[in-house]
Design a protein around this ligand. Structure first.
Ligand code: PGA
Length: 253
């Protein structure tokens, strides 16, 4: 399975800086054996697409989407609108959206289904709080989030196959990543839920990423851990040269 590295800029970089980032990143020497994507704010999609050209590296992603195609949903953006920019993947249910915008498991599931209908790959984010982690409830929380995320008809495979990102909230932006071993165990929990819903074979084919305080020094260790099929990178993706270095560090020697 090809590994996948996704940059998540979060709420950084309007059109001007987004275009500059893409141009700088494309000057980096990048490994061909790894898929690389960048999730940009909606307002920067046009600039990013124009700097990228029609296709190529990095894959263009969004950070959120609504579930309806159009209608009285002020401020929202539909998957079909994202598709007009040639958006190839979209994050869904990032913990920052669950925390600050009240996004629920049900909304996450509906968004993922709608994205697939528009031909966009959903990257469903799950992760437990620090409290749940400390109380030994991580597995329970992740199982529940995953079951709910798969409950509305999202497909695991196909032309816009499901990707899952395990991002423990306590590890995001804290410089305290979850250990590769711990991440591996949680990825197994996620894969079990997918296997129960679909099949073991299907579960083996779904890419499960780890996200939370990964940088260019630690990425290789995570990607060489069984069951970790990629990484989601926040802070270390903001500088295109650092992110380029991170992608090179990830490639097998
Ligand atoms: P971080 O963020 O790499 O800055 O910890 C990861 C994320 O939230 O996707």
């Amino acid at each position: 399975m090809r590994k996948l590295i996704i940059a998540n800029w979060k709420m950084h970089y309007g059109p001007v800086k987004a275009g500059a980032w893409i141009r700088a990143f494309r000057r980096e020497r990048l490994p061909k054996e790894i898929d690389i994507g960048v999730a940009v704010p909606h307002t920067s999609l046009a600039a990013a697409r124009s700097s990228l050209g029609r296709a190529g590296v990095p894959l263009l992603g969004a950070q959120n989407s609504f579930w309806e195609k159009e209608g009285p949903y002020t401020g929202e953006t539909s998957p079909t609108m994202l598709a007009e920019f040639g958006v190839e993947f979209c994050l869904v249910g990032h913990s920052e959206r669950r925390t600050h915008l009240g996004e629920t498991d049900e909304m996450v599931a509906k968004k993922a289904v709608a994205l697939q209908k528009a031909g966009i790959q959903p990257v469903i984010c799950v992760g437990e709080s620090e409290e749940a982690h400390k109380n030994g409830e991580a597995e329970k929380v992740i199982k529940a989030q995953m079951k709910a995320a798969l409950a509305q008809g999202v497909k695991a495979t196909g032309s816009a196959p499901l990707v899952v990102a395990y991002e423990p909230i306590w590890a995001i932006g804290t410089r305290k990543p979850c250990s590769p071993q711990n991440a591996r165990e949680m990825h197994e929990v996620i894969r079990e839920v997918i296997a129960k819903k679909f099949s073991k074979k299907v579960a083996q084919d779904v890419r499960i990423l780890y996200g939370g305080s990964i940088d260019e020094r630690t990425v290789a260790e995570y990607l060489s851990t069984t069951g970790i099929d990629g990484v989601l990178i926040g802070g270390a993706s903001l500088d295109p040269r650092v992110f380029g270095l991170l992608c090179r560090s990830a490639a097998p020697a």
